[in-house]
Design a protein around this ligand. Structure first.
Ligand code: FA5
Ligand code: MG
Length: 382
């Protein structure tokens, strides 16, 4: 039997590694810390910032398109390579397919790296207006706005020929126009009067493609990607002769702005000083930081080899330190011209959000990091 849904109704059923991964499968690059997040469904908790935000977005779509959008929020994050990449026209050599960027469960299944992984199957089921929310997974850098697991909401809306003819427009123009209007309306619904701008970009699955940026704390922040769906996706999935718009937005990015949440790790906190501050239906509550504990910085320097990748380093640090690592930054880099060798120095910031860390504890973590980096990454410690 194939499992396509988890939990439902906000329940938190987790999946055991043994159910899906063969012990000896060399393809698997999902560490236990990441595996343990599957099934937690933060976005289905009514009093969690991500759940509150999801419901606020639902309300906006219910008001703007009464009774039209179908909502899906319990699809299993383990999907086929085909669904995650091929079905949305990701080229065979695209970097996002690499083991460096994506978590492979087996050779042909991955932890979805975007909710776009569900576009094709839902179109094939006959849905023409839908929102899909879920946890997505990426091997990535470590800092206050990046975590290997985050949440996206996908939206897709199909237009028929009658619709664009009635509007006196061509199908692509109508989709592009309504897409921008809908998302600008969503930003105003969430943030009130905000400064925003559209930036042209590229996605394999849309053309034209755009990103929406919001001006927040003195900077432009990218909150979503979107565009007019490629004809091939519609044709391949039972919607020939239509056009569509689609978007994928980052729930954490929006929630950090709405609730003033300073660090992405907090979304995973079970500390009641965090969880008790948010109430179902209350969008504007500003998070009151509990006292910040001091960070501790440790540097590590090594000669890299051609195979070195920062994501692999971050994966090791995250695997050892878990949520005690706040940031990993490259602070120095140079090449010795005679030897043709390149050295990197990374600064690791350790900090707990809940307590002070002891020197002994941090030294033990750093010693373990040094040892695993040396044994697993083909580098030479300096
Ligand atoms: C995508 O994932 C596309 N699938 C979005 C899309 C859907 C485009 C449908 C067109 C049509 P991107 O990788 O840019 O695009 O991610 C979308 C959003 O997810 C970003 O704008 C950002 O808000 C959020 N996001 C991306 N990476 C991270 C991360 N590491 N941590 C937190 N949020 C992230
Ligand atoms: Mg982007």
């Amino acid at each position: 039997a194939s499992v396509t849904e988890v939990g439902g109704g906000g329940s938190s059923s987790t999946i055991s590694r043994e159910e899906v991964v063969r012990e000896d499968d060399p393809t698997n690059n999902v560490p236990d810390t990441v595996f343990g997040k599957i099934g937690l469904q933060l976005h289905n908790r009514k009093s969690h910032p991500l759940g509150i935000l999801k419901n606020a977005i639902y309300s906006y779509f219910d008001e703007t398109f009464p009774g039209v959008f179908h909502k899906v929020d319990n699809l299993l994050p383990i999907v086929s390579v085909k669904a995650n990449f091929d079905d949305v026209l990701t080229p065979p050599d695209h970097v996002s397919r690499s083991y460096n960027d994506t978590y492979y469960v087996t050779a042909d299944t991955v932890l979805r790296c975007h909710t776009s992984a569900h576009q094709a199957e839902l179109l094939r089921q006959g849905l023409t207006h839908f929102l899909v929310t879920g946890d997505v997974y990426r091997r990535d850098a470590i800092d206050a706005t990046h975590y290997p697991v985050f949440h996206q909401m996908e939206g897709l809306r199909v237009f028929t020929q009658q619709e664009w003819e009635a509007a006196g427009m061509d199908g692509t123009a109508l989709a592009a126009q309504e897409l921008k209007k809908t998302l600008e309306g969503l930003a105003r619904h969430l943030f009130g009067d905000v400064q925003m701008r559209w930036v042209d970009t590229y996605f394999p699955f849309t053309d034209p493609s755009y990103e929406l940026e919001i001006f927040f704390q003195g900077k432009w922040m990218e909150v979503l990607g979107c565009g007019v769906t490629e004809q091939q996706i519609l044709c391949n999935n039972g919607c020939a002769g239509t056009t569509a718009w689609a978007f994928g937005l980052g729930l954490e990015r929006l929630a950090m702005v709405l609730f003033d949440i300073p660090d992405i790790r907090l979304f995973w906190s079970n500390d009641s000083r965090f969880t008790s501050q948010f109430k179902s239906g209350q969008l504007g509550t500003k998070f009151k930081s509990f006292s910040k504990y001091p960070p501790c910085y440790k540097d590590i320097s090594f000669w890299i080899s051609d195979e070195f990748s920062e994501n692999n380093l971050c994966e090791i640090v995250r695997g050892i330190a878990g949520d005690l690592v706040e940031e990993v930054v490259l602070i120095d880099e140079f090449t010795n011209p005679k030897k043709g060798k390149t050295s990197h120095c990374y600064r690791i910031a350790y900090r707990s959000m809940e307590r002070s860390l002891t020197d002994d504890e941090i030294n033990a973590l750093q010693a373990e990091v040094r040892q695993q980096v040396e044994s697993k990454l083909k580098i030479t410690l300096r």
